[in-house]
Ligand binder design. Structure first.
Ligand SMILES: [Fe+2]
Length: 377
């Protein structure tokens, strides 16, 4: 039974990839009249199988990093190719149904083929570049019920996914943006790792980047679903050595100014050392006269909190990362990205799109971001 879902997914992916190959050949044939079907299909099949093999097996057999990265860039291209071929086919079907396609002169199809090829390449290049750029998103939040008053600057990142694809070079861009915000505190909202500590090729260089963060009150981490598995303890030790404070079902008052709470993840992939309890248990002893900021990786958990939580910080969704997955994440829970205020409790939530990427090197939905949050209370 447990093999049925992966087999169905594999069958669907294979059908979509074959369809994408057939449609791509028909476009290319419009502009490259002498293109041999044998040459095209052999090249297409070899590149496609190599990409999937690298994605599925690359980590298991510890391929050179450059091969895994090339495979992840190629996978991003294939996802866009599947998306665009399916969209074009739906448009063609609709034109046929309304009997418009008969009126289009056959010579126009060469231009359409060229335009769709260019669109696929352009969209893919945008996604590759966007996956490598770290930007800043700003928020301003008012907390009205705190008895003490002040202002706090939070720099928040999530979903770094350190491992084969995200290394110290990408992290350095994030640290530069974090330091440019001059933060009082830095919050890391889980999926710091990509499920395997030993996928980090240079842990020392990565630690150096975290130690470069300039923050008045330090760097706090709550783990996500990928910060788990057989190397969980190594992940915990790394956080300590890199100057971060990992909060696991804990609340701490920082500088007498605010309380920060770190939750364990609700759906960890593998063992995660410490069990998640309940929002009530973790928040029962916090000082409600100070602003209470909760770090909880998955935004589907936010209904667990009542008025005792002032601001909840989340990650996990990546804002879909790739079109059209963002349409699916948008349907799940109260918020999958950005700012949300619970109308009943007044609790505010900010969900980050993540500073890294997962799976293919491709980001066509959202940006790799650092959230600069100014909290007034
Ligand atoms: Fe996650």
């Amino acid at each position: 039974m447990m093999f049925i879902i992966p087999l169905v997914m594999l069958a669907v992916m294979t059908a979509l990839l074959i369809n994408a190959g057939v449609v791509t050949f028909s476009w290319l044939k419009l502009i490259l009249k002498k293109l041999s079907p044998a040459v095209f299909y052999i090249i297409y099949a070899v590149l496609t199988v190599a990409t999937i093999a690298v994605f599925i097996g690359g980590r298991a057999v510890v391929l050179p990093n450059i091969i895994i990265k090339l495979g992840s860039y190629a996978l991003g291209f294939y996802i866009n190719l599947i998306l665009i071929t399916v969209v074009v086919q739906i448009v063609r079907l609709l034109l046929k149904l309304v009997k418009v396609s008969e009126k289009i002169p056959s010579a126009a199809y060469a231009y359409v083929g060229a335009a769709v090829c260019l669109l696929t390449v352009g969209f893919t290049v945008y996604g590759w570049v966007n996956a490598n750029v770290v930007s800043k998103t700003t928020y301003e939040v008012e907390i009205e019920n705190a008895e003490q008053h002040g202002e706090l600057k939070i720099a928040m990142i999530s979903d770094v996914h350190l491992g084969n694809l995200i290394d110290e070079r990408h992290l350095a861009k994030a640290v530069d943006v974090i330091n440019s915000t001059n933060p009082d505190v830095v919050c890391i909202l889980g999926d710091l790792f990509d499920g395997d500590f030993y996928a980090l090729r240079n842990p020392e260089k990565i630690a150096e980047q975290f130690l470069r963060i300039e923050s008045r009150y330090g760097v706090y981490v709550a783990f996500g679903n990928h910060d788990a598995g057989s190397t969980y303890e190594q992940m915990v030790d790394f956080c300590k050595s890199a100057g971060m404070t990992l909060l696991r079902e804990e609340a701490v008052t920082v500088g007498g100014a605010f309380t920060i709470v770190g939750r364990a993840d609700s759906r960890s992939i593998g063992s995660a050392g410490i069990a998640r309890t309940s929002a009530e248990a973790v928040l029962s002893s916090v000082d409600s006269s100070l602003p209470v900021i909760v770090m909880d990786h998955q935004p589907t958990n936010i209904r667990e909190y009542g008025e005792e939580a002032d601001l909840i910080l989340c990650g996990h969704t990546h804002k879909g990362q790739i079109i059209p997955i963002n349409f699916i994440t948008n349907l799940i829970g109260d918020v999958d990205y950005g700012y949300y205020k619970n109308p009943a409790t007044g609790t505010q939530t900010i969900v980050s799109s993540g500073v890294g990427i997962w799976g293919p090197i491709m980001r066509t939905s959202g940006h790799c971001e650092v959230a600069e949050i100014t909290v007034r209370y």
